[in-house]
Design a protein around this ligand. Structure first.
Ligand code: 13P
Length: 252
């Protein structure tokens, strides 16, 4: 009932020529794939040129962040209106790198998510605990609080268009993946959380991605878990062959 969903977060990688090369290769490898939502999130500078290559493609476009205002004196920021204009269907918000390197909090994440929904863009809302938090036995508490704050003000109807990504900070870019069981435990908690807050219809259709060192070799084990619906892939999305293998592995 939930469609597999595989997204590549390119982070601060790829010039325009490099981005075009990657996305053209991806079209060649993935065009015609059905039964899976495929998404790429290039840096802002490559969104427009990549969108031109993706016209008529099954691969959808995402941004990696946004600001919540529509326009104005906000030097350096990009609005949801601008992202919709270049053809973004999705936008990542609250990635742990934004939370930890740039000091973003869940209040800001919620404002961004609400602004994106207003402009027809689905937010991919990221949550995840640090290693210290996990070792203190606080992983569920921390992630529950991030959900509460980052989804503040959203209705059940809004939630039908929201994607959640669980990315344990200790698994990002470290080569250390959460085991399928560790990820499943958190995903089941997240679905239960959504059940209590928004009801069974929202919870049972909510797409919950896992992120953190997802590779062609571990995608199938993760996707075999009941509550893991897809992946948010960092490093392994930077090469067409490995991202395409993850998409195909994720489809099952
Ligand atoms: P890695 O796949 O490089 O660990 O990154 C995960 C991530 O942060 C995706 O958003």
């Amino acid at each position: 009932m939930r469609r597999p969903f595989i997204a590549g977060n390119w982070k601060m990688h790829k010039t325009v020529p490099q981005a075009l090369e990657l996305v053209e290769e991806l079209r060649g490898l993935l065009e015609g794939e059905e039964g899976v939502e495929i998404v790429v999130a290039p840096p802002f500078t490559a969104l427009y040129p990549v969108a031109q290559v993706l016209k008529g493609s099954v691969i959808k476009l995402a941004a990696q962040d946004c600001f919540w205002e529509e326009e104005g004196a906000f030097t350096g920021e990009i609005s949801p209106v601008m992202l919709a204009d270049v053809g973004c269907a999705y936008c990542i918000v609250g990635h742990s790198e934004r939370r930890h390197i740039f000091g973003e909090g869940s209040r800001e994440v919620a404002r961004k998510a609400r602004a994106l929904l207003t402009h027809g863009i689905s937010p991919i809302v990221c949550v995840g605990e640090t290693l210290e938090e996990r070792e203190r036995g606080e992983a569920l508490k921390v992630v529950g609080e991030q959900m509460e704050g980052s989804l503040a003000g959203l209705s059940g109807e809004d939630m039908a268009r929201v994607i959640i990504a669980y990315e344990p900070v200790w698994a990002i870019g470290t080569g250390k993946t959460a085991t399928p069981q560790q990820a499943q435990e958190m995903h089941a908690f997240l679905r239960q959380w959504a059940w209590e807050k928004f009801g069974g219809d929202v919870a049972s259709t909510l797409t919950i991605l896992y992120g953190g060192s997802v590779k062609p070799g571990n995608i199938q084990g993760l996707m075999a878990m009941e509550d893991i619906d897809g992946a948010l892939v960092g490093g392994a999305s930077l090469r067409a062959s490995s991202f395409a293998q993850i998409v195909k592995g994720g489809k099952g």
